[in-house]
Design a protein around this ligand. Structure first.
Ligand code: AMP
Ligand code: ZN
Length: 496
């Protein structure tokens, strides 16, 4: 892409959820783009749905850089156990995870952060410039809540301090919420005493007589911050009171990002983020994939079944990020075969060198990406190029190499080559994050639970789910055998 064109003529167009239209991207500072992406909640593995959102964000960042912007990317790690319900009630996710694995919350946090980083590396996600943990920024969160309190926007209830959404006139602007309509039809679980159904917790107090695994002192008493405040506090700290782009999955529009906007803009009195971008969901045949219900597939499970993580990346790029995408093993199989064909063709050409990229193909590839990150159309140019007999091999190689800077499919890898550890644009391991092995006991418990769920799925003739669970069990280094008398399992050689 021609940087001058990108800046001068505002070639890059991106959909903004806030306003619901595709607009030419205009950064706050010429040549720079400041980007915040909501990161993982580390009480479980990331499922492949979560990873769809991170791949979309990776493509966004690579396209920004390709357009000549210096992208500064900040991502949080949610390691405070916010509650399982958006209505500020329910169980603490980190404590649930710790009880499930029989570990401390801190061990859970480190284990699943490391697992996330390994997935990110496998998918060749470019590492953020700053990765920040909520538990390392409790003071910033408390300071922000205090400011809100001093402005009279927060009010106390028995279980914590709440944001009064009626005091922020633009509440729900981006999501198109109608707070009065919501109030009338309210059927969600909410904390008792809330003034408005949309009010949300800023600081949750530990219940009297309870000792929580994660809690901190605050001006309101011992407790923990609400979920939304962490992103506002850290994004402000690292990117400021007005920055360019904030991303996440589509589920964040209604509650998490709506509340981030409310608390930040109520406090600063000005517009916070210029572009809000959201990736649509990856769906399973039967609907939503969710961490809390346990219905999820991990990248390790796909690898264990013999799929290249980059085949999953290719599968994702075959759909536009703003379209829901249904996952199936058939489609993934198709992507794996396509990746093999792509690499096979690229490999045959690889010896040819010394040419410049083909301007027509590259321009059309870039134009597709500049058009709100249209990856499927960009990929179509890659395939056309490969099939075009009129383009000399050396020119194809140069064009492909340039395209792969965004695609990140490792197109010149031969099938017999395994990716080198640390190769590609992988995320470097955060030295603060120790890798923790699951204990023998919790591993056995995990296998037992998964086998039980698989038996239930089989009894309900839900074979897709049963297959997904088998893949998860296999990922733990275990082989299972079904017989008329039941299912038995054995540890594979080489695994503990
Ligand atoms: P979490 O770890 O639950 O906070 O989610 C991490 C990211 O994944 C967030 O940006 C979510 O919006 C996103 N996400 C959650 N479920 C899905 C899904 N099924 N498909 C795509 N993105 C998702
Ligand atoms: Zn967030």
């Amino acid at each position: 892409m021609n940087a001058a064109l990108c800046f001068g003529e505002e070639m890059l167009r991106l959909y903004n959820t806030d306003g619901r239209k595709v607009q030419p991207f205009v950064p706050l500072e010429p040549g720079r783009a400041r980007l915040y992406t909501c990161g993982p909640t580390v009480y479980n593995f990331a499922h492949i749905g979560n990873l769809r959102t991170y791949v979309f964000e990776d493509i966004l960042k690579r396209v920004l850089r390709r357009c000549g912007y210096q992208a500064r990317h900040v991502m949080n790690i949610t390691d405070v156990g916010h509650l399982t319900s958006d209505g500020d009630v329910g169980e603490d996710k980190m404590e649930v995870g710790a009880a499930r694995e029989r570990k401390t919350v801190w061990e859970i946090r480190d284990f699943f952060t490391a697992a996330f980083m390994a997935d990110a590396k496998d998918l060749r996600l470019d590492p953020p410039d700053t990765t920040c943990r909520a538990t390392d920024h409790i003071a910033e969160q408390i300071a922000m809540v205090r400011e809100l309190e001093s402005k009279g926007i927060a009010y106390p209830l028995a279980d914590g301090l709440y944001f009064d959404t009626a005091k922020f006139p633009g509440y729900g602007r981006m999501a198109g919420l109608d707070p009065e309509g919501l109030m009338a039809g309210a059927r969600v679980e909410v904390a008792e005493g809330k003034r408005n159904i949309t009010d949300f917790c800023l600081w949750k107090l530990t219940a009297p007589g309870v000792k929580r695994l994660m809690e901190w002192d605050s001006p309101w008493g011992r407790g923990f911050p609400g979920w939304h405040i962490e992103c506002s506090a850290m994004a402000r700290k690292f990117l400021g009171d007005n920055f360019d782009i904030h991303c996440g999955g589509i589920d964040h529009v209604r509650v998490h990002h709506t509340n981030e906007i409310a608390q930040t803009e109520a406090l600063t009195g000005k517009k916070w983020v210029n572009w809000w971008m959201h990736g649509e969901f990856l769906l399973l045949d039967e609907g939503k994939m969710s961490k809390s219900s346990g219905t999820f597939l991990t990248l390790s499970a796909l690898k264990e079944r013999g799929y290249d993580p980059l085949a999953y990346r290719l599968f994702l790029m075959n759909a536009h990020y703003r379209k829901p995408l249904v996952f199936s093993f058939e489609a993934l199989e198709g992507a794996q075969r396509a990746l093999q064909r792509l690499r096979g063709r690229a490999h045959k050409l690889a010896a040819a060198a010394g040419a410049a990229p083909h301007p027509g193909y590259l321009q059309r590839f870039d134009a597709a990406l500049e058009d709100d990150l249209n990856a499927p159309q960009a990929l179509a140019q890659t395939w056309e190029l490969l099939h075009d007999e009129s383009v000399p091999p050396a020119q194809k190689v140069a064009t492909l190499a340039s395209m792969d800077e965004v695609l990140q499919l490792d197109v010149f890898r031969t099938e017999s080559e395994k990716p080198e550890p640390g190769a590609g644009a992988g995320m470097t391991q955060n030295p603060m994050v120790g890798v923790l092995q699951m204990s023998e006991e919790s591993l056995r418990e995990k296998i037992r639970q998964l086998l039980e769920q698989r038996t239930e799925a089989r009894q309900a003739h839900d074979f897709a789910r049963a297959d997904a669970l088998r893949a998860e069990i296999t990922a733990l280094g275990v082989d299972i055998k079904d017989s008329p008398t039941g299912t038995t399992w054995t540890r594979r050689r080489g695994h503990r």
